[in-house]
Write a protein that binds this ligand. Structure first.
Ligand SMILES: Nc1ncnc2c1ncn2[C@@H]1O[C@H](COP(=O)(O)OP(=O)(O)OP(=O)(O)O)[C@@H](O)[C@H]1O
Ligand SMILES: [Mg+2]
Length: 198
């Protein structure tokens, strides 16, 4: 392992520990505050398709954001591990009646059904979980490279989904060690801040 890989692995352990140490009531108030900040984003107003996630491992919970989206007749999707290409993600429609099944990481995902697949480029907003972020918009995930792979072909496209990292405030670090394949975020939203990298 290179020094940078070591640094990323160590940082992941420390930051995951921070978010899993939050109490249930801290998680709930963080989630309430996040709802306010996400739905106040100017891009939210016109967003029709919004990719989200089901919180795991202390990630900030977006259930209330998805309920809010449904009330406003917006469409939500969740990531699903590709059945034939297991390092890649598909995004599938998620509604209040969607049947969920466990994936190989024991995370719930919509049961695979081709008509429910929404191409990534048809999304307006992608709400992305993260382990760490910095104010330059860099994102450290769980280490699978799933989002980086999914977003690689959009990197320099002008028309692409708006990439929104959602996080607890304690996920912020001064400078993340960045790898060439890491896709930066357009904005990071926490319970107390909306950070637009310059
Ligand atoms: N566009 C890509 N094409 C092929 N492999 C990639 C790509 N992006 C990342 N990877 C691979 O994924 C591995 C993990 O990447 P990284 O450490 O950035 O994960 P991460 O961003 O923390 O994870 P995730 O996005 O799943 O939360 C890297 O070692 C890299 O080899
Ligand atoms: Mg990455």
């Amino acid at each position: 392992m290179t020094n940078q890989q070591n640094a990323r692995t160590l940082l992941r352990q420390q930051l995951r520990q921070r978010r899993t140490s939050l109490s249930l009531s801290e998680q709930q108030s963080a989630s309430d505050a996040l709802l306010h900040n996400v739905t106040a984003l100017p891009q939210w107003k016109s967003a029709n398709f919004i990719a989200s996630y089901l919180a795991n491992d202390g990630e900030i919970d977006l259930s209330n954001v998805m309920h809010h989206a449904w009330q406003q007749k917006r469409h939500t999707t969740l990531p699903v591990i590709h059945p034939f290409s297991p390092k890649h993600l598909l995004f599938l429609r998620f509604t209040p009646t969607t049947l969920l099944v466990k994936n190989r990481f024991n995370i719930d995902e919509p049961a695979l059904a081709c008509p429910s697949v929404v191409p990534l480029q048809e999304h307006d907003i992608i709400l992305m979980p993260l382990v760490g972020f910095d104010e330059a918009g860099n994102r450290l995930g769980m280490g699978g490279g799933f989002y980086d792979r999914a977003l690689a072909s959009f990197r320099n496209k002008s028309k692409r989904p708006w990439l929104v990292g959602t996080a607890h405030d304690c996920q912020c670090v001064e400078h993340l060690p960045v790898a060439p394949w890491d896709v930066p975020l357009d904005v990071i939203v926490t319970p107390t801040r909306v950070i637009s990298p310059t």
